[in-house]
Ligand binder design. Structure first.
Ligand SMILES: O=C(O)[C@H](O)[C@@H](O)[C@H](O)[C@H](O)COP(=O)(O)O
Length: 247
């Protein structure tokens, strides 16, 4: 059962990221004290990576050796390609904090053991997600999401089979409308098993999608509208992104 949406509006991206970072520390620290190990799904995008940079500067009481790190999506390109969300996260945060390497779970890259077989790569990541306990995927303590102006989250774009998927937790996307075309993505089924789903969204070009997601639009039209946490769903917005919300 999902909870009501919480919407926080900030003067600018820097304040948005600062507040999200402080709350990230609180949520993960609490999860570790309650359950021992915390788990997060990371995102790409400017605010998602800025949040990781902020955490590299100050992550307070988080015990990084007890955080499982997953990704909501990644580009199916070579592992050293600068477009990889996992590479950007390593550079911003993971290379600077004492994470247990065995708890870092990047999606397969084009130059990995599975080579060009993107379907096998999706199946492999689904198995990784399912290996933590008896569930199909972890109840992430936080799933971070950026959002595109047309409402895409992870690599779930409007009016695509990936966004409509109800059974699988991970899919291969071969024709992403935003380059690069080949990606791996968690589905809404996996996203919605998260305890907390956090959107980090800035800019006037996102305002229509933000408003649609807040007014109960269909996920097929605006994929962000279909993402909810079981404990909380929080939208961290700047003024411009909040511009079409009712005052
Ligand atoms: O996979 C991608 O093409 C991007 O990572 C993309 O999904 C991004 O997360 C959003 O477009 C939000 O990006 P911004 O936070 O930079 O607006």
């Amino acid at each position: 059962m999902s909870q009501p949406i919480e919407t926080l509006v900030f003067e600018n991206s820097a304040e948005l990221v600062d507040t999200a970072a402080r709350r990230f520390v609180d949520v993960i620290t609490r999860a570790q004290s309650e359950r021992g190990i915390a788990s997060v799904a990371l995102t790409g995008g400017s605010n998602g990576i800025a949040l990781l940079r902020r955490l590299a500067e100050n992550s307070g009481t988080i015990d990084w050796s007890r955080v499982e790190i997953y990704w909501g999506d990644d580009r199916f390109v070579a592992s050293d390609d600068p477009e990889r969300n996992s590479g950007q996260a390593r550079e911003a945060l993971l290379d600077h904090v004492p994470v247990d390497p065995d708890r870092i779970h990047p999606m397969a890259a084009l130059d990995g053991p599975l080579g060009d077989d993107i379907a096998a790569a999706a199946a492999e990541y689904a198995a990784v997600l399912a290996s933590t306990d008896d569930s199909p995927s972890p109840a992430f303590d936080i799933h971070l999401l950026g959002m595109g102006g047309e409402g895409h989250i992870n690599s779930l774009f409007p009016h695509t089979a990936a966004t409509a998927e109800e059974t699988k937790t991970v899919l291969a996307v071969e024709d992403s409308p935003k380059p690069p075309p080949r990606r791996l993505t968690l589905t809404l089924r996996a996203v919605n098993r998260s305890r907390a789903v956090w959107f980090l969204v800035a800019g006037a070009d996102k305002a229509a999608a933000v408003a649609a997601a807040h007014s109960g639009a269909a996920a097929a039209d605006w994929p962000a509208a279909g993402a909810h946490g079981t404990t909380e769903t929080v939208w961290f917005l700047d003024h411009a992104a909040a511009g079409h919300l009712p005052t």
